[in-house]
Ligand binder design. Structure first.
Ligand SMILES: [Zn+2]
Length: 318
């Protein structure tokens, strides 16, 4: 470690584990440390764990504490970015926790927080699949559909922090819409997340459709994607539907923020070009010509590290 260089710490706070990343000023991830969250210790205990892990990592990597220029944290839930406050995090069981203040007091460094989906997007734009692309939208297709919108290298958080909640774009027509975890109907997340894909597969089996998925005791999203790749018509229909709505959502976003690149990550995206090619086709079908010209859809590359990289990036990117 050069003694004059500045480094940034990114924290990815999850319900079961906390990941800490050490990044240089160019967004290169140099080292990570992972430890248990111990959510049962409540906010005070969890934030104490964070400090412990951060100091451990910095010491282990031979960094001087003075070289740490800033600390960022990605936290699941509803946040007040300006105040550095976690208003509510169902995953952690937190309500009105002044995270920034507590961490700044503990560590004596500037702290910024943002939600986990936003920081993952920022990570991909800083040094991942959209590096050097100032206007990009990132999707994370996991249990839900997370998202982050970057305009001119800045995260679009919006007035209330709801900017980038693309999983809750209402894209499904009323007569086909089902209830989303958010309490509304027809959200993108209900069809294009792992949960949505599994739901559609179970429905197909219940309807008695001829599908190899009927032989699975517990269907996973990967089972559905694998069955589709093997040519199973019911599975193909489900994947096609998930891709259709993703393409539709991208067409909507293209007339709002006109990104140059869409980055797609998360477990479902592991299906690779089989899924991305379909999304691309629908996107071009629905999008306004100029909104899709020279726009591409690419897989995320940082994987599970996107969160720590983006959290570190809250200080020195944009
Ligand atoms: Zn929703």
């Amino acid at each position: 470690m050069e003694t004059n260089d500045k480094y940034y710490i990114g924290i990815d706070l999850g319900g079961t584990s906390i990941k800490i990343g050490l990044c240089d000023a160019q967004g290169q991830l140099l080292a990570v440390f992972e430890g248990p969250t111990e959510a049962e210790k409540r906010a005070e205990g969890v934030l104490q764990n964070i400090e412990l892990y951060v100091r451990e990592l910095v010491a282990r990597e031979g960094c001087n504490w003075e070289q740490i220029a800033g600390i960022g944290a990605g936290i699941p839930g509803f946040l007040d970015f300006e105040q550095g406050l976690v208003k509510a995090s169902p995953n952690l069981g937190w309500k009105d926790v002044p995270v920034r203040q507590i961490l700044e007091d503990r560590m004596g460094k500037p702290v910024k927080i943002d939600n986990d989906a936003n920081v993952a997007a920022l990570g991909e734009v800083w040094s991942g699949a959209a590096a050097g692309i100032p206007n990009a939208v990132c999707y994370t297709l996991g249990t839900g559909v997370g998202g982050g919108i970057i305009v001119k290298n800045n995260l679009c958080q919006g007035f209330n922090g709801m900017g980038g909640e693309i999983g809750h774009l209402k894209v499904v027509a009323d007569n086909e819409a089902i209830l989303c975890g958010c309490g509304k109907k027809g959200c993108l997340e209900t069809v294009s997340s792992a949960t949505g894909i599994i739901y559609m597969a179970k429905e197909a089996v219940i309807r008695g459709e001829q599908t190899m998925l009927a032989h699975h005791r517990e269907i996973t999203a990967k089972d559905v994607l694998d069955a589709a790749k093997a040519g199973d018509p019911a599975a193909l229909h489900i994947v096609d539907r998930a891709a259709d709505y993703l393409g539709r959502s991208m067409a909507l976003l293209s007339v709002v923020v006109n990104p140059q690149r869409f980055v797609v990550g998360g477990g479902v995206a592991k299906a690779g070009s089989f899924l991305l090619d379909r999304i691309d086709r629908y996107f071009r079908e629905y999008a306004l010509g100029n909104g899709s010209e020279n726009v591409d859809i690419v897989p995320a590359i940082l994987g599970n590290n996107a969160g720590v990289v983006g959290a570190a990036g809250l200080h020195c990117f944009g």
